[in-house]
Design a protein around this ligand. Structure first.
Ligand code: XLS
Ligand code: NI
Ligand code: NI
Length: 445
């Protein structure tokens, strides 16, 4: 066991410190575009992007899938004593955070603590983990983007957490959320996330949807109350996803979450954490979800990854589509940039990528992709053609009958009378989609 402990702290030690070396570098562990101190639209790249490494895919997953066992053999998974294993995992994680020189991380309660079956053990093991995380954060200067409770993996949650037919299970979920939110507060986290992995159904035959929505709405209200009670000033975020593991998840998309929040009077209290692959699963684009969240004023934070066009599940691959990420970054910059949010890599290496190098290079490549996207987005805003075209397109609504309609100064008769008085059919104008796409192609570098 001592060997595994030593191997855990040495696991990432062969990796060089990642730093900016510019586009001509031939070092696979260097950043070619992510220069954390470079100014982009009034902030450093580090401040604009607020990049975060997640615990679950990177340190908890052992490489297993539904057809086979894990082949990663990370040394902290070989330690028999669960509390020692958790210490080793946390130490290895902070070593990697520093080697990548990324400022933030994210976790589920169960990712960072020794497993617990009872409520008392859960509290004890979680406190032990948080004490250690606090020290690791102070020593490394790393910060917490968000914490969350895993209320979907344990078999007790097979029929949901707050939406479970059994209120005692909802109460256990409440315990986990209280502990995870308190921990996030204590560690100075910027946000607290709720992803309702099993807050949905497998079949309507055994599900009372109206009852479950009320349970979920009430539970969320209690979480918001607790946030204020303890003085947590970060944002509470819901992470939409349409399905998987459930057949249908209630928090399907940004728009359904917004409607849900309005129904329970929480639209000023809760925002969204948007994940690229979840948008794909919902049949939507990433930039659609981001733009929708800004339009509804519930944008919170982002989980970065990608799906695979040939599969219909959450493959959680590292992002690599520069055009897609550029358009998404453009939406964020245009809306004034990140506030409490950040860009969290909710992404995992492939099952055959078994080495420590693979973990580092997956992150380094994705960080560079995002840095390039940020620079492209800045160029797109400075170029101005797309924004100018959009503004022009709606200019009619700033004056005359358009302004009166928007301000509620005319009724349907008056609008109709206006059309009659015009006495000519309005002429269609080009939407210029291909020209706009050409502009994007020119600016994505
Ligand atoms: C799963 C989700 C999950 C959340 C946190 O699909 O993306 O990882 O981000 O619970
Ligand atoms: Ni996620
Ligand atoms: Ni996901």
């Amino acid at each position: 066991m001592a060997d595994h402990l030593a191997a855990s702290s040495a696991y990432f030690q062969s990796l060089p410190q990642a730093r900016y070396e510019g586009p001509d570098s031939d070092n696979d562990f260097a950043y070619r575009y992510y220069d954390k101190n470079q100014m982009v639209m009034g902030k450093t790249m580090e401040e604009q992007l607020r990049l975060s490494v997640c615990f679950w895919h990177t340190f908890c997953w052992d490489g297993s899938d539904v057809f086979g066992a894990g082949g990663f053999n990370r040394p902290w998974h070989q330690i028999d004593d669960p509390r020692t294993a958790a210490v080793a995992k946390r130490e290895a994680a902070f070593d990697l955070f520093q080697r990548l020189d990324l400022p933030f991380y994210s976790f589920h309660d169960v990712d960072v603590m020794a497993p617990a079956e009872t409520a008392q053990d859960h509290i004890g093991h979680m406190h032990e983990a948080v004490d250690h995380l606090e020290t690791l954060m102070a020593n490394s200067g790393r910060k917490l983007l968000w914490g969350t409770a895993n209320n979907f993996s344990h078999p007790r949650y097979m029929a949901g957490a707050s939406t479970n037919p059994d209120p005692e299970i909802a109460a256990f979920a409440g315990l986990q959320v209280r502990e995870a939110l308190n921990a996030t507060h204590r560690l100075g986290g910027s946000n607290y996330v709720l992803w309702g992995g099993r807050e949905g159904y497998d079949t309507i035959l055994n599900t009372n949807i109206g009852q479950e929505l009320d349970q979920l709405g009430k539970f969320l209200t209690l979480v918001v109350e607790h946030k204020h009670k303890i003085g947590f000033t970060g944002d509470i975020l819901i992470e939409p996803k349409p399905h998987e593991p459930t057949k249908h998840q209630y928090d399907s998309t940004v728009q359904t979450v917004h409607a849900f929040l309005q129904r329970y009077g929480l639209e000023k209290e809760v925002r969204v954490n948007i994940e690229a692959n979840h948008a794909t699963l919902a049949g939507l684009s990433f930039e659609h979800e981001v733009d929708m969240a800004f339009a509804l004023d519930i944008f919170g934070s982002l989980d970065l990854n990608r799906g695979d066009p040939q599969n219909g599940w959450d493959t959680d691959q590292f992002p690599n589509d520069l055009r897609e990420i550029t358009l998404m970054m453009k939406s964020i910059l245009a809306a004034g940039g990140m506030k409490n949010g950040g860009l969290n890599f909710d992404a995992k290496v492939r099952r055959q990528s078994i080495s420590a190098e693979d973990i580092a290079q997956s992150h380094i490549g994705a960080v560079d992709l995002i840095a390039r996207a940020l620079l492209n987005a800045e160029a797109m805003i400075n170029d101005g053609r797309i924004d100018q075209f959009k503004r022009q397109r709606y200019a009619g609504w700033d004056k005359g009958i358009g302004a009166k309609m928007l301000n509620g100064q005319v009724n349907l008769d008056e609008i109709a009378d206006f059309a009659v008085a015009k006495n000519q059919a309005p002429a269609p104008v080009s939407g210029r989609q291909e020209w706009l796409e050409n502009v994007v192609t020119q600016l994505v570098k």
